[in-house]
Every structure is written in C-alpha cells, then in structure tokens.
Design a protein around this ligand. Sequence first.
Ligand code: FES
Length: 177
Amino acid sequence: MAGTATQKAGTTEPTRRDFIVVAAGAFGAVGAAAALWPFIDQMNPSEDVLALSSTEVDLSQIEVGQSLTVLWRGKPVFVRHRTKAEIEAAEKDDNADLKDPQRDEDRVQKPEWLVLVGVCTHLGCVPLGEQGEYHGWFCPCHGSVYDTSGRIRKGPAPKNLAVPQYTFLTDTRIRIG
Ligand code: FES
C-alpha cells in the first residue's frame, strides 16, 4: 500500500515544466485582453499610496469629438469632449429602460466633458470608444454596450462605467482624484 502511495505521489507531483504549461494554458484561455488587466492591477501601489495619487489633464488639446485616455491609479480614464449630438443622445435616453438608471447630468460636471474609468464593469476589459449600437463604448470581451454617457445598455456588464472623482482647476484643466 505504502509503495503504491509513494508511486502515486511520484507520478502526480507536477514538475516545473508542467506548471509552466498549465499557467500558459490558463493565460491563453482567458485571452490576452482580459488577462492583461488583472496582471497590471496586481502591480498597483498599496492603498495609502493610491489614496494620494491624482492626475491632471489639459483639456485644451482635446477637440470636440475626440477622447484622451490617461492612466490614473493604474487604470485607464477616458476623457471625452462630447459632440452636441452625443450630449443630446445621452440626455434623450435619461428615461429609457436603463439597467443602472442614472441621468446624464448626474454623470458630468459640464455636459461637453465626460470623464469615465475605462474599465468594463463586467470583468474588467477596456472598452473601445465610438463603437457599438449607441456609439458610446463597446467591450469586445463579452459584448457589453455603453452609450454616450457611459451607461450600460446591453450585454452582461451590470453597471455604468464609473465616473471618477475629478475637479475643474480651470476651464481647460481637470484634476482626477
Ligand atoms: Fe466587458 Fe465582459 S469584460 S463584457
């Protein structure tokens, strides 16, 4: 019996090579886009350092209809200079059947500037801008669709894209955090 047990242990113990293969397989199954974010996230600084960090953004370089993505506390933040049509579309749908109901005016400080944490609320992929049925953001990982206010409209994501805390320092400069 003891001999059998020893033999079993010997044959089932994973070698270093097995581990590398298993790890590579798991990584591949999740997909590069989905796996990359948690990996980067683990390298974030500790909570007390995070609490202090902020990012300033110069808005003067962002034309109407353009977006800028900045890194804040290890996460992408989308700063979008919305067009009139995007603002109107967002406001028009304030009373639509929303999964995470929120008025557009409660998600912005100035209608032309939309600031969002660019992390899908489903499993954390980074959505693509100016895509999807509502011409807001589309997450290709599992098909979540966000509108021009960053509200979730279709797909598995449960929540709107988060609005980070930010302050207008001047008309053309904000501080995120
Ligand atoms: Fe975006 Fe799943 S992570 S839809």
